[in-house]
Design a protein around this ligand. Structure first.
Ligand code: NAP
Length: 211
């Protein structure tokens, strides 16, 4: 049995991952979120903790005993949340972390799309870059995931780029990101201490197609 704790369990990607893990008899799932009443339907399939990811004591309770923590968090205080998660996992002796971040945090997106992305996202990117650095400076066995612009297409179609490679494409579906996260939960030895860009192949352009 693999014990998985999902932080930000009401997030859109997290909810897709939850469909996979809750249907998997080999996974024992703990969900951590604000306003836990939103997850009523899942309450008898998972252990549920209500809390704020910027509070390390609250994260520590939800991550205790976990084999892997998957953080699907967001917000202007994302760096604070990263610091709280690192502290909590350290105290819980949990090593493996999957951390959802964003394309562009290393200025790795080439060409016109890279310039547009940087100016459109502004301080969001700086905040996400600082949070990712907190994770990379820790001794955790992390995988940072940098999705392209997210869509709700019902498809799993992605390719990966590594940290020192130019980012490819403009978009990727949330379902694809969820499929990759679930793959990592099943194969936790893969992409350890890596920061992985995820995009749908052949979606290069100056902007996402709908912008
Ligand atoms: N949109 C894009 O094109 C794009 C592209 C690349 C990366 N991303 C990033 O990818 C990540 C995942 O995407 P998504 O669509 O799943 O995002 P999402 O639906 O916004 O999920 C983020 C979750 O983080 C939770 N959260 C925020 N602050 C929290 C806190 N202090 N304590 C506990 N939970 C907290 C939110 O909780 P509540 O439900 O309580 O608000 C929300 O459920 C996000 O960080 C997003 O910015 C987005």
């Amino acid at each position: 049995m693999v014990k998985v704790t999902i932080l930000g369990a009401h997030g859109q990607i997290a909810q897709i991952v939850e469909k996979f893990v809750l249907a998997d008899d080999e996974m024992d799932t703990t969900l951590f979120l604000r306003n836990a009443s939103r997850l009523d339907k899942l309450s008898n399939q998972a252990t549920i903790y209500e809390g704020d990811a910027a509070d390390s004591d609250q994260v520590e309770k939800a991550a205790k005993g976990a084999d892997i923590v998957y953080a699907n968090l967001a917000g202007d205080n994302i760096k604070l949340q990263a610091q709280a998660v690192v502290e909590a996992l350290h105290n819980d002796h949990v090593k493996r972390l999957i951390w959802i971040s964003s394309l562009g945090i290393y200025d790795e997106v080439p060409g016109k799309f890279g310039e547009w992305n940087k100016s459109y996202l502004g301080s969001y990117l700086t905040n996400y870059a600082e949070a990712a650095k907190v994770i990379e400076d820790s001794d955790l066995d992390y995988t940072i995931v940098r999705p392209a612009w997210l869509t709700n297409k019902n498809e799993v179609d992605y390719e990966k780029t590594k940290k020192n490679e130019a980012f490819k494409g403009t978009e990727v579906s949330r379902k694809s990101v969820a499929a990759y996260v679930y793959h990592l939960l099943k194969n936790p030895q893969e992409d350890v201490r890596e920061s992985i860009g995820l995009n749908k192949p052949n979606t290069d352009g100056d902007k996402p197609s709908w912008m």
